[in-house]
Design a protein around this ligand. Structure first.
Ligand code: RIB
Ligand code: CA
Length: 330
């Protein structure tokens, strides 16, 4: 019995009080690497409101956003949702294939919603001087182990792994929004064949490097996120909840959904959701690699010599929506 208990404690990473048989679940320490789009900030909001995780740091890349508004929006959301002592670090790479400027500009509009307009950061969640890759490398060199939630291109993490390969041992798992495995991609600028998803298309070598790094990866590609469109009806149901988190996030989502009707999905939010409840998705272990050159660069392909990745191949829209409404509505 004691042996079984110890095995459970070690397997689950749970702390055990000396001499006591009581298991006390410990929140998972999480680092969020995001790129400042509205759905990134919505995903971050979910994690901040969950008791099962503790967000320790947020690193940002100026991919589907510009750095200054993305950083300010991140600071204000951390403040509004009660976070303290979360460090924020900026990356500076816009990627090999930058996101369209119009999309990047649009995401700054989040600062104009009523719940954020005119606010100044409190300083409780400081922007550190070191860049994102160095910050990740430093945090992941300490005694702790972290789960990373990646909702943008993998540039910052690839750079951190290059700076200090030994940090791999301190990453429990990376949850990545990216790729399109058995469906078409969503990156269709001139010069691309449309097979890649934007986060992987933005910096294909970073995606390939992290998938091949040996760190356990959970991937949420378009295959799963396509199954969970984000609608104004959902935003209305969120807005009907009186909590500050529901009000803030509904205000953020509405303009984004209205601007891209029928084209807006729970991309990053689904990635945060599967960390909290893997049961909202259907899973397959697939061997994957990422194309790094040519018209298909950023494409995710199945290959016998690819890395074994846990892949969300489908998702349950009703369960995902319910999870968000419950977590943000309280
Ligand atoms: O392809 C979806 C990704 O692109 C998401 O991370 C979303 O935030 C957008 O930037
Ligand atoms: Ca994103």
């Amino acid at each position: 019995m004691r042996l079984l208990l110890l095995v459970a404690v070690l397997a689950l990473g749970l702390p055990m009080a000396a001499g006591a048989a009581t298991l006390v679940p410990r929140p998972t320490d999480v680092i969020v690497d995001e790129d400042g789009a509205v759905d990134d900030l919505f995903a971050l909001s979910l994690l901040l409101k969950s008791d099962a995780v503790r967000v320790r740091a947020v690193t940002i890349s100026p991919a589907d956003s510009y750095l200054a508004p993305a950083t300010l929006a991140t600071q204000l959301i951390l403040d509004r949702l009660g976070a303290r002592g979360v460090s924020i670090a900026q990356g500076h790479s816009e990627g090999l294939n930058p996101f369209p400027a119009a999309w990047r500009r649009d995401h700054a509009g989040v600062l104009d919603v009523a719940a954020l307009k005119g606010l100044r950061p409190s300083g409780r969640n400081p922007v550190v001087a070191e860049d994102a890759a160095h910050h990740l490398a430093r945090l992941l060199s300490g005694p702790g182990t972290y789960t990373i939630v990646e909702t943008g291109p993998l540039t910052n993490i690839a750079d951190a792994l290059r700076l200090k390969p030994a940090i791999r041992a301190h990453i429990r798992r990376i949850y990545v929004m990216g790729g399109a495995v058995r469906v078409k991609g969503n990156a269709e600028p001139p010069g691309a064949d449309g097979s890649a998803e934007w986060n992987f298309y933005n910096q294909p070598r970073a995606a390939a490097a992290v998938l091949g790094s040996g760190v356990p990866i959970t991937l949420v590609p378009l295959d799963a996120s396509n199954r969970v469109p984000m609608t104004l009806g959902f935003a209305d149901r969120l807005a009907a909840r009186p909590s500050a988190a529901a009000q803030l996030t509904a205000q953020m989502l509405r303009p984004a959904i209205a601007e891209y009707p029928d084209e807006y999905y729970f991309w990053d939010p689904l990635t945060a959701a599967v960390l909290l409840d893997p049961g909202v998705a259907t899973w397959k272990t697939l061997r994957l690699r990422v194309v790094t050159q040519g018209l298909s660069q950023g494409r995710t392909v199945e290959a016998a010599d690819g890395a074994a990745v846990q892949v969300a191949v489908d998702a349950d829209r009703a369960k995902v929506e319910a999870l968000f409404l419950a977590a943000l509505g309280r």
